[in-house]
Design a protein around this ligand. Structure first.
Ligand code: FMN
Length: 379
C-alpha cells in the first residue's frame, strides 16, 4: 500500500511512510515559551509509534502574536527547548518539522494585552467577543516577516528537519490573504496578487533561512465559507505561486478530508455546510492538479483509518496528517500498521484524570479539548 512507502521531498529528506502527526497545540508551555515535560511526553509517546514525520504545535515568532500558551522561537533562549522538542519528535526516527505562526487579530488578549493586538487591518474577527486589532504599520509587517525568518533559523540550529509556515486557520498569514481581514491598499493588500505578497514573502524568508536541504512546508485553508472570503480559485493561485518558491509541501487544512469544507471562523465544527459554496471536486484534488508534482500535497481532517489515508492519497495527496485520532489514541499508528484497527480508542475516557494520566495529555490541553463540545469524541 502506498501509505507505507517512503516519500522523498524536493530537499532530499525522506519520510519512511506517508503518515505525519498533524500540528497539535497543547496550550501547556511555560510562560517563557519553553516546552514543559508533559508536552514533550505528549509528543514523544505519539511519535514513538512510527510516524514518518511529526509536525510541532504552532510555535510563536513574536510575543504579540501568541494565541495560546505555546512554545516560542523568538530568541536564543528558546534553543535548548527547541532541541528537546525535536528530539522528542524523533522518538522513532521520523522527521521533526517545526510549525511557526503569528496570531494576528486572533492572538489572545489575555496573554498579550488588548492594546498589543495587531493585524493587517483594524477589522475584528467574527469569533464571539473578538477585539478589534490595530492595523500594522509597514515597518511592523517587515519585522514580522523577519521574525518568521529568524524563527526558521532557530529551527535549523535546533536540529529540525524543516519548518511549516502556518498559513491556515485564520491566523496572521491567512489574514493577509483574506479580503475579509485585509482591507489594505498598499503593497500588502487591495488586489488578489497584493494579498499574496505577505504569504509569499514569509515562505521565501523561511526558505532562505533554511537553505535548500531542509523541508519548507506551508499550510493553507483552501477557501473561506464566509461571505466575501477568498475562494478556492484564489487559494489555487497562491499554491501555484508557492510551488514556484521551492516549497517542499503544501498542507491542505480541512476539518474533514472528504467534505470539501473549510474550517469555519465561527468554530461551529458541525454547523450546516453551505453547499452552494462547496466545490464539485475535493480541494485536495484541485490543489494537486495546480501543483502538478512540483511539491508534495499533504491532506488532513478526519483521517481515522488506513482506508481514509489511502482515500486521501487517491484524491491526489502524497502525505496525510493525523490529528484528533492520535490525541485520542497515542498508539494509533501502531494499531493501524498491525491491522488492529478494531482496538483503536474511539474517544476520550469520561474521567478527566484518566485522560491526562493514561493518554499522556497535559492537563491544560485536556481543559482546552473539553472546552469545545463535540470537537473530540468521548467514550
Ligand atoms: C487540540 C488541537 C490542536 C491543534 N493545533 C493546531 C496547530 O497548532 N496548528 C495547526 O495548523 N492546526 C492545529 N490543529 C488542527 C489539526 O492540525 C488538524 O488539522 C485538525 O484537527 C483536523 O484533523 P483531524 O481530524 O485529524 O484532527 C489542532 C487541532 C486540535 C484538535
Amino acid at each position: 500500500m502506498v501509505v507505507w512507502s517512503p516519500f522523498r521531498f524536493n530537499s532530499g529528506r525522506e519520510m519512511a511512510n506517508r503518515f505525519a502527526i498533524a500540528p497539535l497545540t497543547t496550550d501547556s508551555s511555560h510562560d517563557d515559551g519553553t516546552a514543559t515535560e508533559d508536552e514533550l511526553e505528549f509528543v514523544r509517546r505519539r511519535a514513538a509509534s512510527g510516524f514518518g514525520a511529526t509536525i510541532s504545535s504552532a510555535t510563536y515568532v513574536e510575543q504579540d502574536g501568541r494565541s495560546w500558551q505555546g512554545t516560542g522561537a523568538t530568541h536564543d533562549g528558546h534553543l535548548s527547548s527547541l532541541r528537546r522538542l525535536a528530539e522528542a519528535m524523533r522518538a522513532a526516527g521520523g522527521l521533526a518539522i517545526l510549525q511557526i505562526y503569528d496570531g494576528g487579530r486572533i492572538a489572545k488578549p489575555e496573554l498579550i494585552g488588548e492594546q498589543c493586538l495587531r493585524a493587517p487591518s483594524a477589522v475584528a474577527s467574527l469569533r464571539p467577543g473578538a477585539k478589534t486589532p490595530r492595523a500594522m504599520t509597514t515597518d511592523e509587517i517587515g519585522n514580522l516577516i523577519a521574525s518568521f525568518r529568524d524563527a526558521a533559523s532557530l529551527a535549523r540550529r535546533a536540529g529540525f528537519d524543516g519548518v511549516e509556515v502556518h498559513g491556515a486557520n485564520h491566523y496572521a498569514v491567512h489574514q493577509f490573504f483574506s479580503p475579509r481581514a485585509n482591507h489594505r491598499v498598499d503593497h500588502w493588500g487591495g488586489t488578489l496578487s497584493r494579498r499574496m505578497n505577505f504569504p509569499l514573502a514569509v515562505a521565501q524568508a523561511v526558505r532562505d533561512a533554511l537553505g535548500p536541504k531542509l523541508i519548507a512546508g506551508f499550510r493553507v485553508t483552501p477557501f473561506e465559507a464566509e461571505p466575501d472570503g477568498y475562494t478556492l480559485e484564489d487559494a489555487k493561485l497562491l499554491c501555484h505561486e508557492l510551488a514556484r518558491l521551492d516549497i517542499d509541501y503544501i498542507s491542505v487544512s480541512l476539518d474533514d478530508y472528504r467534505k470539501s469544507r473549510p474550517m469555519r471562523e465561527t468554530r461551529v465544527y458541525d454547523g450546516p455546510v453551505e453547499e452552494s459554496n462547496a466545490p464539485a471536486e475535493s480541494p485536495i484534488t484541485e490543489f494537486a492538479r495546480v501543483i502538478a508534482g512540483r511539491c508534495a500535497v499533504m491532506a488532513s481532517g478526519g483521517i481515522k483509518t488506513c482506508m481514509d489515508a489511502e482515500a486521501a492519497i487517491k484524491m491526489g495527496a502524497d502525505l496525510v496528517a493525523v490529528g484528533r485520532a492520535v490525541v485520542v489514541d497515542p498508539e494509533w499508528l501502531s494499531k493501524v500498521r498491525s491491522k488492529s484497527e478494531a482496538s483503536i480508542l474511539a474517544g476520550l475516557p469520561k474521567d478527566e484524570r484518566e485522560i491526562a494520566n493514561d493518554l499522556s495529555i497535559p492537563p491544560r490541553m485536556v481543559e482546552y479539548l473539553l472546552s469545545r463540545p463535540g470537537w473530540i469524541p468521548r467514550l
